[in-house]
Design a protein around this ligand. Structure first.
Ligand code: NAD
Length: 370
């Protein structure tokens, strides 16, 4: 992980690129400018590996601040309190966190627990009257996702999903070029997403907690990426599953899935999601007038990209810090993200994943209406 000094040096060397960023991103990467607007006060639920990364990244935020925790492990709460100066009144466990409704010092809860626990947690947070930020996948199927969206609407709170690549400068530059017609008519996307998963006892390999295998965890990047790289929602899906290790990958846990998406403008996406290959993280977009490649495309960074015109010169950012500053603008000041990242958007991804599983199971092409 890069240090703050590395980060700032990279930024200084790409000051021009930074000045081209939208203002919500500049607010994060230009620390010299004092920020005096409203600050989003966030409690993190689930102090595991990604929760820890988000907390570290938030130390670089200007518009969002970590102020509370929800955890089932008292020792972790104590450690986080010390590390991040969190007062005892902002600490909750999984039994009592509904009481957060009486806490005026917390604006939003960021749910970073295993996938199958997101649904109930978001609904409880919404009922407690707090904005919800939820990790991907938002939950394990589209029907549950819609219930989460409906619960947040009913409670009058917003629901955002941790799609950190929606704020990543190389990604946004490719989208800008595509919108400007620089690749001609876009007709093809390839998304490759995978890593070799370790410990067979972890929750990611337990269908009750994960809701699925590589598709839910890493393949979702290609699903979501196909949509923002092509700039349309797919209308049909086909998929095929390969399982080489049925002991490690039990029923309900996909090891490898290949899937194809058809788009209304005539483009196709061809994607691979797997738990059995490392360093698999590449997006490739091709149009009649040019191409764009992101390699790596969705890792924590640095992201690298090039097009038929040459290498992309965009700043390296701390994804979670930029995301959280942007979320503060969305939640507190009604700002619009460059690519939608709300609950409705996540339901679309879940509908595609539902269709991918259905197609892999039945061998049928599945029509989609998103
Ligand atoms: P993790 O196992 O490291 O952490 C999960 C946390 O949830 C732990 O602190 C654990 O104690 C807690 N937890 C609460 N109830 C639990 C239960 N019943 N069983 C197991 N753990 C329980 O997992 P992680 O890697 O931090 O992933 C958490 C979420 O974040 C997942 O939805 C994952 O997809 C997402 N994630 C997103 C990114 C990203 O880049 N956006 C990266 C990694 C993980």
């Amino acid at each position: 992980m890069q240090t703050r000094r590395d980060f700032l040096q990279k930024l200084t060397s790409s000051a021009i690129a930074v000045s081209l960023l939208p203002h919500w991103a500049q607010a994060c990467v230009l620390p010299a400018k004092r920020y005096e607007g409203p600050v989003l006060r966030v409690a993190i639920m689930g102090l595991g590996s990604y929760g820890t990364r988000v907390a570290e990244a938030m130390q670089h935020c200007t518009r969002a601040k970590l102020v509370g925790v929800i955890s089932g492990t008292p020792a972790k709460i104590t450690a986080w309190q010390r590390k991040y100066n969190i007062p005892a009144k902002n600490c909750y466990n999984y039994e009592n966190y509904d009481e957060i409704r009486n806490n005026p010092d917390i604006d939003a809860v960021y749910v970073i627990t295993p996938n199958a626990l997101h649904h109930d947690a978001v609904i409880r947070v919404a009922k407690a009257g707090k904005h919800c930020i939820c990790e991907k996948p938002m939950t394990v199927d589209a029907a549950q996702g819609q219930e989460m969206v409906d619960a947040c609407k009913k409670a009058g709170v917003k629901l955002l999903v941790g799609y950190r690549m929606h704020f990543e400068p190389h990604t946004l530059e490719i989208i800008r070029m595509r919108n400007a017609g620089e690749f001609g008519k876009v007709l093809f996307f390839q998304g490759l997403s995978g890593f070799i998963i370790g410990d067979p006892m972890q929750w990611r390999l337990n269908p009750v907690l994960s809701g699925g295998g590589s598709m839910m965890d890493i393949g979702i990047y290609s699903v979501n990426g196909a949509r923002y790289m092509i700039g349309e929602d797919p209308i049909e899906v086909t998929a095929e599953e390969t399982k080489n290790d049925p002991v490690k990958f039990k029923p309900g846990i996909d090891e490898t899935i290949q899937f194809q998406l058809g788009f209304p403008g005539g483009a196709v996406a061809s994607c691979l999601s797997t738990y059995s290959l490392n360093n698999l993280d590449r997006f490739f977009l091709n149009g009649t007038g040019g191409f764009a490649e992101l390699l790596p495309a969705t890792g924590y960074g640095p992201i690298e990209g090039h097009t038929n015109k040459g290498k992309l010169d965009q700043p390296t950012t701390i994804h979670q810090a930029v995301q959280m500053d942007a979320f503060a603008g969305i939640l507190l000041q009604g700002e619009q993200p460059p690519i939608p990242c709300d609950g409705e958007e996540a339901v679309k991804d879940l509908k595609i994943i539902d269709a991918i599983y259905q197609s892999a199971r039945t061998g049928q092409k599945i029509a989609l209406s998103l």
